[in-house]
Design a protein around this ligand. Structure first.
Ligand code: FE
Length: 347
């Protein structure tokens, strides 16, 4: 009963763009559309989907929402789910969707050639579309040029009451901690988390932009944020945001060892996709050079595909060394990370 209502609701929501023509067993009618469940905001993906329709004649029906809500919805809809492609902004959530058996393999030469191994599921259940790094943002007048230079330094008592970071229920922080567990083990990472909690200037609140604003406003000296938030603030229409971004400095962590922690936005073909061929075609379209450039530029992210141009703001920041940890490990270590942060008192 529950899924029936949800399915009806989904069909109603999709009905606006859905040509209800006869569905045939050989999928001829199905060839004209594809349904995307996206945790990425409409403005940041719709123009690309329009371009796909223009090029292929396949209509794209977009439903946006929080990743966890979309995953729950796919679970409730079960085999009747209209979802063809699930798009999220974190590898950890794609991993959850795979664990819940909501995705199917979409392996192809095009995808393998475009997306480096590190940024896709080893068996092709999901693929990265763009890359972001979680970096340090500092007040250059209050923090020396040579420190902190690693995530590990954030636990140093030197930074007592000087660090701002958002809450532990945020998936970006969970993925950062999951990467530290992969590199350093659980015990050392828990020690680190305890030190970091000691050094927090305030109890975690707000999003990444709020941490940058807090550094600019002298509430703390160091923040941990995703690269695109700083880039978006630099390019913001809002003067306060722009000025805050100009007052802080970006520090790439761990450049002398393993590299800065990175994560992806990415997508996977739904397990019960009514249009799996179209879903794979869309995925392949999203990793072609033109899409990669647009997608990365508009979101101020790094393309997953090599040799694709990046935005001017990112170019100004220069090259950086990225951690080469396979991102599937972020998902594997997510439960451990959440429990560890809780034990360490990270709110
Ligand atoms: Fe984000």
């Amino acid at each position: 009963m529950r899924w029936t209502l949800l399915t009806l609701l989904s069909l109603t929501l999709l009905a606006g763009c859905d040509q209800p023509g006869p569905e045939t067993d050989n999928g001829e009618a199905a060839a004209k559309e594809v349904n995307v469940y996206s945790a990425r905001k409409e403005a940041l993906i719709q123009p690309l989907l329009d371009r796909f329709t223009e090029k292929t004649g396949t209509e794209v029906n977009l439903i946006t929402g929080g990743a966890d809500a979309l995953i729950e919805r796919m679970e409730s809809e079960g085999e009747h789910s209209p979802a063809d492609l699930l798009l999220t902004v974190d590898a950890g959530r794609l991993y959850r969707a795979r664990q819940a058996d909501l995705l199917q393999k979409a392996d192809s030469e095009t995808l393998r050639n475009a997306v480096p191994e590190q940024y896709r599921h080893p068996e092709g259940y999901w693929h990265g579309l763009s890359v972001r790094s979680r970096v340090l943002v500092v007040a250059p007048d209050r923090v020396p040029a040579n420190a902190p230079s690693r995530y590990a330094d954030l636990a140093d008592e030197r930074w007592q009451d000087r660090i701002c970071i958002r809450s532990s229920n945020n998936i970006y922080n969970q993925s950062l901690v999951a990467s530290l567990i992969a590199h350093k083990g659980e015990e050392a990472t828990e020690q680190w988390a305890r030190g970091l909690v000691e050094n927090m200037a305030r109890s975690p609140q707000g999003g990444d932009r709020d941490q940058i604003l807090a550094v600019a406003n002298d509430l703390c000296d160091i923040a941990v944020v995703n690269t695109y938030y700083l880039a978006m603030m630099h390019n913001s229409d809002d003067q306060t945001q722009r000025e805050a971004a100009e007052q802080v400095a970006l520090r790439w962590p761990n450049q002398n060892d393993r590299g800065a922690h990175v994560n992806i936005s990415g997508a996977g073909v739904a397990r019960h996709a009514p249009h799996p061929e179209q879903a794979r075609a869309l995925l392949e379209f999203l990793v072609n050079d033109e899409s990669q450039q647009w997608y990365a530029e508009v979101n101020n992210e790094y393309p997953v595909k090599e040799d694709v141009a990046i935005s001017e703001t990112l170019r100004e920041w220069g090259d950086y060394k990225a951690d080469d940890l396979p991102l599937v490990r972020l998902g594997e270590n997510n439960d451990k990370a959440v429990r560890l942060m809780d034990r360490a008192g990270w709110q």
